[in-house]
Ligand binder design. Structure first.
Ligand SMILES: Nc1ncnc2c1ncn2[C@@H]1O[C@H](COP(=O)(O)OP(=O)(O)OP(=O)(O)O)[C@@H](O)[C@H]1O
Length: 188
């Protein structure tokens, strides 16, 4: 479903963030990418999301090259990055494109219900807590019912289930509903 072939990325300042990365993710698969700070996890997710272009290499989704932001790909970053000039509902509905108003409203409400924030639809991002803002960002990524969901440590602003959990390498995930294989767990 998703394929990366010999991906590389060198930033204009000369930092080579990625070299020779290849991976395949099948429908229903979850892939977790682990690695130390600065090893290139966020860079890789930005390339998969079409927010930046690899060189060399290609990101291919369902047989077509990803060359820009894509409705089939939802992304949640470490920071919520909400648009301050749009309400919560406006932020969640931003990526829905040209759809009838009633359809937009229903999709936005469903996405907000999934993150428990239907009652915040009309408020501004500045009125939200950090965790609420991050849940809005998650709703925004889910609202288009993407085929690929990219999560760049998006739960760091939410309450930890285990506050005494030891800190480990940071993680990023791709996919939908199946456990990663051992081969998927190597550092990028
Ligand atoms: N816009 C940029 N311009 C130049 N260099 C960058 C840019 N973004 C990232 N880098 C560099 O690319 C490398 C990979 O960064 P990246 O953010 O992908 O790492 P990461 O694995 O996500 O790190 P962390 O776990 O700390 O978030 C780092 O050396 C970083 O300094």
């Amino acid at each position: 479903m998703l394929a990366l072939n010999d991906i590389g990325k060198t930033y204009p300042n000369g930092v080579q963030a990625l070299e020779g990365i290849g991976l395949r993710v099948e429908a229903g698969e979850i892939l977790a990418i682990l690695g130390g700070s600065g090893c290139g996890k966020s860079t890789l997710l930005r390339l998969i999301a079409g927010l930046d272009r690899p060189a060399p290499g290609r990101v291919v989704l369902d047989g077509a090259e990803v060359s820009g932001p894509h409705e089939k790909i939802g992304v949640v970053f470490q920071e919520p990055r909400l648009f301050p000039w749009l309400t919560v509902a406006g932020n969640v509905g931003f990526g829905l494109g040209r759809r009838p108003a009633h359809e937009r409203r229903a999709l936005v409400e469903e996405a907000l219900r999934r993150v428990g924030l239907v009652d915040k639809a009309g408020v501004w991002p500045r009125e939200l807590s950090g965790g609420q803002a991050q849940r809005v960002a998650i709703a925004r990524a889910l609202v288009t019912r993407p085929e690929v969901l990219l999560l760049d440590e998006p739960f760091s602003a939410l309450d930890a289930l285990h506050p005494d959990r030891p800190s480990g390498p940071s993680a990023a995930c791709v996919g939908t509903d199946r456990a990663a294989t051992d081969a998927d767990r190597g550092d990028p």
